[in-house]
Design a protein. Structure first.
Length: 500
Protein backbone atom coordinates (compact mmCIF):
# COMPACT_ATOMS: atom_id res chain seq x y z
CA UNK A 1 0.00 0.00 0.00
CA UNK A 2 1.42 3.38 -1.07
CA UNK A 3 1.79 6.43 1.16
CA UNK A 4 -1.19 8.21 -0.38
CA UNK A 5 -3.45 5.20 0.04
CA UNK A 6 -2.38 4.70 3.64
CA UNK A 7 -3.00 8.37 4.39
CA UNK A 8 -6.42 8.33 2.67
CA UNK A 9 -7.42 5.25 4.68
CA UNK A 10 -6.43 6.68 8.03
CA UNK A 11 -8.15 10.00 7.22
CA UNK A 12 -11.29 8.16 6.16
CA UNK A 13 -11.33 6.03 9.33
CA UNK A 14 -10.86 9.08 11.55
CA UNK A 15 -13.67 10.81 9.69
CA UNK A 16 -16.02 7.82 10.00
CA UNK A 17 -15.36 7.70 13.73
CA UNK A 18 -16.17 11.38 14.05
CA UNK A 19 -19.48 10.90 12.18
CA UNK A 20 -20.22 7.89 14.36
CA UNK A 21 -19.78 9.90 17.56
CA UNK A 22 -21.81 12.83 16.24
CA UNK A 23 -24.64 10.55 15.06
CA UNK A 24 -24.69 8.86 18.44
CA UNK A 25 -25.24 12.28 20.03
CA UNK A 26 -28.15 12.86 17.64
CA UNK A 27 -29.44 9.45 18.74
CA UNK A 28 -29.42 10.56 22.36
CA UNK A 29 -31.39 13.68 21.40
CA UNK A 30 -33.94 11.38 19.75
CA UNK A 31 -34.04 9.11 22.81
CA UNK A 32 -34.50 12.12 25.06
CA UNK A 33 -37.33 13.37 22.86
CA UNK A 34 -39.15 10.06 23.36
CA UNK A 35 -38.37 9.59 27.06
CA UNK A 36 -38.05 12.98 28.74
CA UNK A 37 -39.13 15.90 26.57
CA UNK A 38 -41.72 18.24 28.14
CA UNK A 39 -44.59 18.61 25.65
CA UNK A 40 -44.14 22.38 25.33
CA UNK A 41 -40.57 21.92 24.10
CA UNK A 42 -41.45 19.88 21.01
CA UNK A 43 -41.08 22.74 18.53
CA UNK A 44 -37.74 23.74 20.05
CA UNK A 45 -36.47 20.17 19.75
CA UNK A 46 -37.70 19.98 16.16
CA UNK A 47 -35.53 22.99 15.40
CA UNK A 48 -32.52 21.45 17.12
CA UNK A 49 -33.00 18.22 15.19
CA UNK A 50 -33.07 20.20 11.96
CA UNK A 51 -29.75 21.91 12.71
CA UNK A 52 -28.22 18.64 13.82
CA UNK A 53 -29.30 16.85 10.66
CA UNK A 54 -27.81 19.66 8.60
CA UNK A 55 -24.53 19.53 10.55
CA UNK A 56 -24.25 15.76 10.11
CA UNK A 57 -25.05 16.06 6.45
CA UNK A 58 -22.36 18.73 5.97
CA UNK A 59 -19.79 16.61 7.79
CA UNK A 60 -20.66 13.49 5.79
CA UNK A 61 -20.42 15.24 2.44
CA UNK A 62 -17.09 17.07 2.84
CA UNK A 63 -15.32 17.03 -0.54
CA UNK A 64 -12.23 15.44 1.08
CA UNK A 65 -14.26 12.27 1.71
CA UNK A 66 -14.84 11.90 -2.02
CA UNK A 67 -11.11 12.42 -2.65
CA UNK A 68 -10.09 9.80 -0.07
CA UNK A 69 -12.53 7.35 -1.62
CA UNK A 70 -11.16 8.07 -5.11
CA UNK A 71 -7.61 7.42 -3.90
CA UNK A 72 -8.60 4.20 -2.16
CA UNK A 73 -10.61 2.91 -5.11
CA UNK A 74 -7.74 3.62 -7.50
CA UNK A 75 -5.44 1.46 -5.34
CA UNK A 76 -8.06 -1.18 -4.60
CA UNK A 77 -5.69 -4.13 -5.14
CA UNK A 78 -3.56 -3.11 -2.19
CA UNK A 79 -6.55 -3.17 0.20
CA UNK A 80 -7.45 -6.11 2.42
CA UNK A 81 -10.91 -7.70 2.14
CA UNK A 82 -12.11 -5.81 5.21
CA UNK A 83 -10.74 -2.52 3.92
CA UNK A 84 -12.61 -3.06 0.67
CA UNK A 85 -15.81 -3.61 2.63
CA UNK A 86 -15.20 -0.32 4.45
CA UNK A 87 -14.55 1.57 1.22
CA UNK A 88 -17.53 0.08 -0.59
CA UNK A 89 -20.00 1.00 2.16
CA UNK A 90 -18.47 4.46 2.68
CA UNK A 91 -18.88 5.07 -1.06
CA UNK A 92 -22.50 3.96 -1.00
CA UNK A 93 -23.29 6.29 1.90
CA UNK A 94 -21.27 9.21 0.56
CA UNK A 95 -22.83 9.06 -2.90
CA UNK A 96 -26.29 9.05 -1.39
CA UNK A 97 -25.63 11.93 1.01
CA UNK A 98 -23.89 14.06 -1.57
CA UNK A 99 -26.93 14.00 -3.84
CA UNK A 100 -29.14 15.55 -1.13
CA UNK A 101 -29.10 19.34 -0.70
CA UNK A 102 -28.39 20.38 2.91
CA UNK A 103 -31.48 22.57 3.03
CA UNK A 104 -33.59 19.54 2.03
CA UNK A 105 -32.12 17.47 4.87
CA UNK A 106 -32.80 20.21 7.43
CA UNK A 107 -36.30 20.88 6.09
CA UNK A 108 -37.16 17.18 6.18
CA UNK A 109 -35.81 16.65 9.68
CA UNK A 110 -37.83 19.55 11.07
CA UNK A 111 -40.96 18.32 9.27
CA UNK A 112 -40.42 14.82 10.72
CA UNK A 113 -40.40 16.10 14.28
CA UNK A 114 -43.55 18.14 13.67
CA UNK A 115 -45.20 15.21 11.97
CA UNK A 116 -44.35 12.91 14.89
CA UNK A 117 -46.07 15.17 17.39
CA UNK A 118 -49.06 15.66 15.06
CA UNK A 119 -49.36 11.90 14.76
CA UNK A 120 -49.30 11.40 18.55
CA UNK A 121 -52.21 13.85 18.85
CA UNK A 122 -54.13 12.45 15.88
CA UNK A 123 -53.85 8.91 17.20
CA UNK A 124 -55.02 9.98 20.63
CA UNK A 125 -58.08 11.72 19.15
CA UNK A 126 -58.73 9.27 16.30
CA UNK A 127 -58.43 12.22 13.93
CA UNK A 128 -56.89 11.12 10.64
CA UNK A 129 -57.84 14.40 8.94
CA UNK A 130 -55.47 16.40 11.18
CA UNK A 131 -52.60 14.05 10.36
CA UNK A 132 -53.24 13.74 6.62
CA UNK A 133 -51.31 16.92 5.61
CA UNK A 134 -48.23 15.68 7.52
CA UNK A 135 -48.44 12.30 5.90
CA UNK A 136 -48.77 13.91 2.48
CA UNK A 137 -45.63 15.93 3.26
CA UNK A 138 -43.76 12.83 4.40
CA UNK A 139 -44.61 11.07 1.16
CA UNK A 140 -43.59 14.13 -0.86
CA UNK A 141 -40.24 14.24 0.95
CA UNK A 142 -39.64 10.61 0.04
CA UNK A 143 -40.52 11.24 -3.58
CA UNK A 144 -38.24 14.28 -3.61
CA UNK A 145 -35.40 12.25 -2.13
CA UNK A 146 -35.86 9.48 -4.68
CA UNK A 147 -35.62 12.12 -7.40
CA UNK A 148 -32.34 13.48 -6.05
CA UNK A 149 -31.08 9.91 -6.02
CA UNK A 150 -32.16 9.28 -9.62
CA UNK A 151 -33.83 6.17 -8.29
CA UNK A 152 -35.35 3.99 -10.97
CA UNK A 153 -38.12 3.02 -8.58
CA UNK A 154 -38.69 5.22 -5.54
CA UNK A 155 -40.09 2.47 -3.31
CA UNK A 156 -37.32 0.01 -4.19
CA UNK A 157 -34.80 2.69 -3.35
CA UNK A 158 -36.07 2.93 0.24
CA UNK A 159 -36.32 -0.83 0.65
CA UNK A 160 -32.64 -0.95 -0.27
CA UNK A 161 -31.81 1.82 2.23
CA UNK A 162 -33.05 -0.35 5.11
CA UNK A 163 -31.89 -3.65 3.63
CA UNK A 164 -29.05 -3.39 1.15
CA UNK A 165 -29.67 -5.53 -1.93
CA UNK A 166 -33.33 -6.13 -1.10
CA UNK A 167 -36.09 -5.21 -3.58
CA UNK A 168 -39.76 -5.72 -4.32
CA UNK A 169 -38.73 -8.32 -6.91
CA UNK A 170 -37.36 -10.48 -4.06
CA UNK A 171 -40.05 -9.61 -1.53
CA UNK A 172 -43.15 -10.13 -3.70
CA UNK A 173 -42.76 -13.89 -4.23
CA UNK A 174 -41.62 -14.43 -0.61
CA UNK A 175 -44.65 -12.62 0.79
CA UNK A 176 -47.03 -14.36 -1.62
CA UNK A 177 -45.68 -17.75 -0.56
CA UNK A 178 -45.81 -16.81 3.09
CA UNK A 179 -49.40 -15.62 3.07
CA UNK A 180 -50.38 -18.79 1.22
CA UNK A 181 -48.56 -20.92 3.82
CA UNK A 182 -50.00 -19.01 6.77
CA UNK A 183 -53.59 -19.46 5.67
CA UNK A 184 -54.07 -23.16 6.60
CA UNK A 185 -52.19 -22.69 9.89
CA UNK A 186 -54.39 -19.78 10.84
CA UNK A 187 -57.57 -21.53 9.70
CA UNK A 188 -56.78 -24.53 11.90
CA UNK A 189 -56.11 -22.28 14.87
CA UNK A 190 -59.17 -20.09 14.41
CA UNK A 191 -61.47 -23.08 14.07
CA UNK A 192 -60.28 -24.41 17.45
CA UNK A 193 -61.79 -23.26 20.69
CA UNK A 194 -60.06 -20.31 22.40
CA UNK A 195 -59.59 -21.59 25.94
CA UNK A 196 -57.71 -18.59 27.36
CA UNK A 197 -59.61 -17.00 30.25
CA UNK A 198 -60.35 -13.46 28.97
CA UNK A 199 -59.30 -11.60 32.13
CA UNK A 200 -56.17 -13.55 32.93
CA UNK A 201 -53.81 -10.61 32.63
CA UNK A 202 -55.49 -7.93 34.72
CA UNK A 203 -54.08 -5.75 37.47
CA UNK A 204 -50.38 -6.63 37.28
CA UNK A 205 -48.60 -3.89 39.26
CA UNK A 206 -46.20 -1.99 37.04
CA UNK A 207 -43.33 -2.08 39.56
CA UNK A 208 -43.41 -5.87 39.61
CA UNK A 209 -43.51 -5.99 35.81
CA UNK A 210 -40.46 -3.78 35.59
CA UNK A 211 -38.50 -5.69 38.24
CA UNK A 212 -39.25 -9.02 36.54
CA UNK A 213 -38.36 -7.97 33.03
CA UNK A 214 -35.15 -6.32 34.19
CA UNK A 215 -34.07 -9.71 35.54
CA UNK A 216 -34.91 -11.34 32.20
CA UNK A 217 -33.12 -8.65 30.19
CA UNK A 218 -29.99 -9.02 32.32
CA UNK A 219 -30.13 -12.82 32.05
CA UNK A 220 -30.28 -12.59 28.24
CA UNK A 221 -26.98 -10.71 28.42
CA UNK A 222 -27.85 -7.02 28.09
CA UNK A 223 -24.96 -5.00 29.50
CA UNK A 224 -26.42 -2.39 31.85
CA UNK A 225 -22.93 -1.02 32.31
CA UNK A 226 -23.13 0.49 28.82
CA UNK A 227 -26.89 0.64 28.37
CA UNK A 228 -30.17 1.76 29.89
CA UNK A 229 -33.77 0.63 29.91
CA UNK A 230 -36.34 3.43 30.34
CA UNK A 231 -40.02 4.04 29.84
CA UNK A 232 -41.44 5.59 26.67
CA UNK A 233 -44.74 5.59 24.79
CA UNK A 234 -43.13 3.44 22.08
CA UNK A 235 -40.65 0.69 22.80
CA UNK A 236 -37.44 1.08 20.81
CA UNK A 237 -33.74 0.43 20.97
CA UNK A 238 -31.48 3.30 20.03
CA UNK A 239 -28.20 4.84 20.97
CA UNK A 240 -24.93 3.15 20.19
CA UNK A 241 -23.06 -0.10 20.99
CA UNK A 242 -21.15 1.85 23.64
CA UNK A 243 -24.26 3.55 25.05
CA UNK A 244 -27.38 1.55 24.24
CA UNK A 245 -30.79 3.04 25.04
CA UNK A 246 -33.80 0.74 25.21
CA UNK A 247 -37.33 1.63 26.15
CA UNK A 248 -40.49 -0.24 26.99
CA UNK A 249 -43.92 0.72 28.33
CA UNK A 250 -46.14 -0.66 31.07
CA UNK A 251 -49.84 -1.34 31.33
CA UNK A 252 -51.24 -3.09 34.43
CA UNK A 253 -53.77 -4.86 32.21
CA UNK A 254 -51.36 -5.94 29.50
CA UNK A 255 -48.21 -7.25 31.17
CA UNK A 256 -47.21 -9.39 28.20
CA UNK A 257 -46.83 -6.25 26.08
CA UNK A 258 -44.10 -4.78 28.26
CA UNK A 259 -42.39 -8.13 28.66
CA UNK A 260 -42.35 -9.11 25.01
CA UNK A 261 -41.42 -5.55 23.97
CA UNK A 262 -38.51 -5.60 26.40
CA UNK A 263 -37.32 -9.01 25.15
CA UNK A 264 -37.66 -7.75 21.59
CA UNK A 265 -35.66 -4.58 22.20
CA UNK A 266 -33.09 -6.61 24.12
CA UNK A 267 -32.54 -8.67 20.97
CA UNK A 268 -31.78 -5.45 19.09
CA UNK A 269 -29.56 -4.28 21.94
CA UNK A 270 -27.59 -7.53 22.10
CA UNK A 271 -26.89 -7.19 18.39
CA UNK A 272 -25.69 -3.60 18.87
CA UNK A 273 -23.62 -4.48 21.92
CA UNK A 274 -22.13 -7.43 20.02
CA UNK A 275 -20.99 -5.40 17.02
CA UNK A 276 -17.22 -4.93 16.71
CA UNK A 277 -16.10 -1.46 17.78
CA UNK A 278 -12.64 -1.36 16.20
CA UNK A 279 -13.66 0.68 13.18
CA UNK A 280 -16.50 2.92 14.35
CA UNK A 281 -18.84 4.34 11.76
CA UNK A 282 -17.79 1.84 9.09
CA UNK A 283 -19.40 -1.27 7.66
CA UNK A 284 -17.26 -3.30 10.09
CA UNK A 285 -19.16 -1.84 13.04
CA UNK A 286 -22.66 -1.57 11.56
CA UNK A 287 -25.50 -4.09 11.58
CA UNK A 288 -26.14 -5.92 8.28
CA UNK A 289 -29.49 -4.19 7.80
CA UNK A 290 -32.91 -3.97 9.36
CA UNK A 291 -34.01 -7.51 8.47
CA UNK A 292 -30.94 -8.85 10.26
CA UNK A 293 -31.71 -6.53 13.18
CA UNK A 294 -35.30 -7.72 13.38
CA UNK A 295 -34.16 -11.33 13.21
CA UNK A 296 -32.23 -10.77 16.43
CA UNK A 297 -35.11 -9.11 18.25
CA UNK A 298 -37.49 -11.85 17.13
CA UNK A 299 -35.33 -14.75 18.24
CA UNK A 300 -35.20 -13.45 21.81
CA UNK A 301 -38.80 -12.31 21.90
CA UNK A 302 -40.37 -15.34 20.24
CA UNK A 303 -38.25 -18.42 19.71
CA UNK A 304 -36.75 -17.99 23.18
CA UNK A 305 -39.21 -15.84 25.15
CA UNK A 306 -42.42 -17.63 24.21
CA UNK A 307 -40.99 -21.11 24.49
CA UNK A 308 -41.68 -23.73 27.17
CA UNK A 309 -38.03 -24.01 28.27
CA UNK A 310 -37.89 -20.27 28.96
CA UNK A 311 -41.05 -20.43 31.04
CA UNK A 312 -39.98 -23.58 32.84
CA UNK A 313 -37.23 -21.50 34.39
CA UNK A 314 -39.01 -18.16 34.82
CA UNK A 315 -42.52 -19.18 35.82
CA UNK A 316 -41.77 -19.55 39.56
CA UNK A 317 -40.19 -16.11 39.56
CA UNK A 318 -43.15 -14.63 37.65
CA UNK A 319 -45.53 -16.17 40.14
CA UNK A 320 -43.52 -14.75 43.02
CA UNK A 321 -44.14 -11.27 41.62
CA UNK A 322 -47.80 -11.88 40.76
CA UNK A 323 -48.97 -14.41 43.32
CA UNK A 324 -52.57 -13.19 43.61
CA UNK A 325 -53.08 -12.48 39.92
CA UNK A 326 -51.94 -15.98 38.93
CA UNK A 327 -53.44 -17.88 41.88
CA UNK A 328 -56.12 -19.55 39.78
CA UNK A 329 -54.03 -20.09 36.66
CA UNK A 330 -52.11 -23.33 36.13
CA UNK A 331 -48.86 -23.64 34.18
CA UNK A 332 -50.53 -24.94 31.07
CA UNK A 333 -53.05 -22.12 30.99
CA UNK A 334 -50.30 -19.58 31.47
CA UNK A 335 -48.25 -21.03 28.62
CA UNK A 336 -51.25 -21.11 26.32
CA UNK A 337 -52.14 -17.52 27.19
CA UNK A 338 -48.61 -16.41 26.36
CA UNK A 339 -48.92 -18.15 23.00
CA UNK A 340 -52.50 -17.20 22.29
CA UNK A 341 -53.25 -16.66 18.61
CA UNK A 342 -56.08 -14.32 17.73
CA UNK A 343 -56.88 -11.86 14.99
CA UNK A 344 -56.43 -8.44 16.59
CA UNK A 345 -56.15 -4.92 15.18
CA UNK A 346 -52.79 -3.76 16.55
CA UNK A 347 -49.60 -5.00 14.87
CA UNK A 348 -47.31 -4.65 17.87
CA UNK A 349 -49.69 -6.75 20.00
CA UNK A 350 -50.15 -9.37 17.29
CA UNK A 351 -49.18 -12.99 17.84
CA UNK A 352 -46.54 -14.63 15.70
CA UNK A 353 -48.97 -16.26 13.30
CA UNK A 354 -50.98 -13.17 12.34
CA UNK A 355 -48.09 -10.69 12.67
CA UNK A 356 -46.84 -11.11 9.13
CA UNK A 357 -50.30 -10.49 7.70
CA UNK A 358 -50.16 -7.07 9.34
CA UNK A 359 -46.87 -6.45 7.54
CA UNK A 360 -48.17 -7.69 4.20
CA UNK A 361 -51.08 -5.25 4.61
CA UNK A 362 -48.70 -2.29 5.12
CA UNK A 363 -46.35 -3.38 2.36
CA UNK A 364 -49.18 -3.43 -0.16
CA UNK A 365 -50.43 -0.02 0.95
CA UNK A 366 -46.99 1.57 0.81
CA UNK A 367 -46.60 0.37 -2.74
CA UNK A 368 -50.03 1.73 -3.63
CA UNK A 369 -49.20 5.09 -2.05
CA UNK A 370 -45.92 5.34 -3.97
CA UNK A 371 -47.57 4.30 -7.22
CA UNK A 372 -50.37 6.84 -6.69
CA UNK A 373 -52.99 4.08 -6.70
CA UNK A 374 -54.18 5.20 -3.26
CA UNK A 375 -54.49 8.89 -2.34
CA UNK A 376 -53.66 10.00 1.20
CA UNK A 377 -57.26 11.01 1.82
CA UNK A 378 -58.43 7.51 0.92
CA UNK A 379 -55.92 5.75 3.13
CA UNK A 380 -58.30 4.89 6.02
CA UNK A 381 -60.73 3.16 3.68
CA UNK A 382 -57.95 1.42 1.73
CA UNK A 383 -56.51 0.20 5.03
CA UNK A 384 -59.85 -1.13 6.23
CA UNK A 385 -60.46 -2.90 2.96
CA UNK A 386 -57.11 -4.70 3.15
CA UNK A 387 -57.72 -5.51 6.77
CA UNK A 388 -60.95 -7.24 5.78
CA UNK A 389 -59.15 -9.17 3.02
CA UNK A 390 -56.13 -10.26 5.02
CA UNK A 391 -57.31 -10.37 8.63
CA UNK A 392 -61.04 -10.68 8.22
CA UNK A 393 -62.19 -7.63 10.14
CA UNK A 394 -62.66 -3.85 9.93
CA UNK A 395 -60.76 -1.82 12.56
CA UNK A 396 -63.09 -0.03 14.98
CA UNK A 397 -61.30 3.29 14.39
CA UNK A 398 -58.35 4.81 12.54
CA UNK A 399 -56.46 4.74 15.83
CA UNK A 400 -56.74 0.95 15.57
CA UNK A 401 -56.20 1.16 11.80
CA UNK A 402 -53.98 3.39 9.71
CA UNK A 403 -52.93 5.66 12.60
CA UNK A 404 -51.45 2.89 14.75
CA UNK A 405 -47.81 2.90 13.59
CA UNK A 406 -45.13 5.53 14.02
CA UNK A 407 -43.22 4.73 10.79
CA UNK A 408 -45.06 6.73 8.17
CA UNK A 409 -45.17 9.94 10.18
CA UNK A 410 -41.38 9.82 10.26
CA UNK A 411 -41.19 9.08 6.54
CA UNK A 412 -39.96 5.53 7.11
CA UNK A 413 -41.56 4.05 4.01
CA UNK A 414 -40.00 0.76 2.92
CA UNK A 415 -39.14 -0.30 6.46
CA UNK A 416 -42.12 -2.59 7.17
CA UNK A 417 -41.02 -5.49 4.95
CA UNK A 418 -37.85 -5.79 7.08
CA UNK A 419 -39.99 -7.04 9.97
CA UNK A 420 -41.22 -10.03 8.04
CA UNK A 421 -37.87 -10.64 6.36
CA UNK A 422 -36.48 -10.58 9.91
CA UNK A 423 -39.01 -13.21 10.99
CA UNK A 424 -37.97 -15.43 8.09
CA UNK A 425 -34.31 -15.01 9.00
CA UNK A 426 -34.96 -15.55 12.71
CA UNK A 427 -36.57 -18.94 12.06
CA UNK A 428 -33.71 -19.97 9.77
CA UNK A 429 -31.10 -18.93 12.31
CA UNK A 430 -33.03 -20.68 15.08
CA UNK A 431 -32.93 -24.05 13.31
CA UNK A 432 -29.31 -23.52 12.28
CA UNK A 433 -28.32 -22.81 15.91
CA UNK A 434 -30.24 -25.88 17.12
CA UNK A 435 -28.60 -28.05 14.45
CA UNK A 436 -25.19 -27.03 15.78
CA UNK A 437 -26.25 -27.16 19.44
CA UNK A 438 -28.95 -29.86 19.62
CA UNK A 439 -29.54 -29.51 23.37
CA UNK A 440 -29.60 -25.71 23.24
CA UNK A 441 -33.08 -25.35 24.72
CA UNK A 442 -32.08 -27.30 27.81
CA UNK A 443 -29.91 -24.30 28.68
CA UNK A 444 -32.99 -22.07 28.72
CA UNK A 445 -34.62 -24.35 31.28
CA UNK A 446 -31.76 -23.31 33.57
CA UNK A 447 -32.03 -19.63 32.62
CA UNK A 448 -28.74 -19.89 30.75
CA UNK A 449 -28.48 -18.12 27.39
CA UNK A 450 -24.72 -17.94 26.97
CA UNK A 451 -24.47 -20.57 24.26
CA UNK A 452 -27.23 -19.03 22.15
CA UNK A 453 -25.74 -15.57 22.55
CA UNK A 454 -22.31 -16.97 21.71
CA UNK A 455 -23.65 -18.59 18.54
CA UNK A 456 -25.33 -15.34 17.48
CA UNK A 457 -22.22 -13.33 18.34
CA UNK A 458 -20.11 -15.59 16.16
CA UNK A 459 -22.51 -16.08 13.25
CA UNK A 460 -24.29 -12.73 13.11
CA UNK A 461 -23.05 -9.92 15.35
CA UNK A 462 -19.31 -10.19 14.69
CA UNK A 463 -19.87 -10.16 10.90
CA UNK A 464 -21.28 -6.64 11.03
CA UNK A 465 -22.11 -5.39 7.51
CA UNK A 466 -19.76 -7.65 5.58
CA UNK A 467 -22.87 -9.16 3.97
CA UNK A 468 -26.56 -8.35 3.60
CA UNK A 469 -29.54 -10.30 4.96
CA UNK A 470 -29.51 -12.80 2.12
CA UNK A 471 -25.75 -13.30 2.33
CA UNK A 472 -26.04 -13.75 6.07
CA UNK A 473 -28.79 -16.33 5.62
CA UNK A 474 -26.77 -18.27 3.05
CA UNK A 475 -23.60 -18.37 5.10
CA UNK A 476 -25.13 -18.99 8.52
CA UNK A 477 -28.03 -21.27 7.53
CA UNK A 478 -26.94 -22.74 4.19
CA UNK A 479 -29.78 -21.26 2.17
CA UNK A 480 -31.10 -17.86 1.04
CA UNK A 481 -34.06 -16.26 2.75
CA UNK A 482 -37.14 -18.42 2.32
CA UNK A 483 -40.46 -19.17 3.99
CA UNK A 484 -39.97 -22.86 4.90
CA UNK A 485 -38.27 -22.39 8.27
CA UNK A 486 -40.78 -19.86 9.58
CA UNK A 487 -43.79 -21.93 8.48
CA UNK A 488 -42.25 -25.05 10.02
CA UNK A 489 -41.58 -23.21 13.26
CA UNK A 490 -45.12 -21.82 13.46
CA UNK A 491 -46.61 -25.24 12.79
CA UNK A 492 -44.41 -26.88 15.41
CA UNK A 493 -45.11 -24.31 18.08
CA UNK A 494 -48.75 -23.44 17.55
CA UNK A 495 -50.59 -26.39 16.02
CA UNK A 496 -50.09 -28.65 19.09
CA UNK A 497 -51.67 -25.92 21.22
CA UNK A 498 -54.74 -25.77 19.00
CA UNK A 499 -55.31 -29.32 17.84
CA UNK A 500 -55.69 -31.29 21.06
ZN1 LIG B 1 -37.71 -4.39 16.26
Amino acid sequence: MGMDTRKALSELLAHQKRIDRLSAAAGILFWDEQVNLPPGSAAFRAEQNGYYAELLHRESTLPEVGQWLDTLEADRDSLSDDERVIVKEARREYDREVKLPGEFVARRSKARSESFHAWVEARKKNDFASFAPHLRKALDFSREEAEYQDAEDAYDFFVDVYDPGMSTAVIDPLFAKLSEGLRPILDTILSAEDTTPPDLFRGFPVDGQEAFLREVVAAFGFDFNVGRLDRAVHPFCGGHPLDTRMTTRYDPDNPLDSLSSAMHETGHALYEQGLPTDYPGTALSHAAGMAAHESQSRIWENQVGRGRPFWRHWEPRYRAFFKEQLAKVDSDQLYRAINRVAVTPIRVDADEVTYNLHIILRYGLERDLFAGRVAIGDLPEAWNERSRDLLGFTPASDTEGCLQDVHWCEGMFGYFPSYTLGNLLAAQLWYAAKDTLPDLEEDFGRGDYTRLLGWLRENVHSKARRENANGLAERATGRPLGTEALLRYLRERYLPLYTT
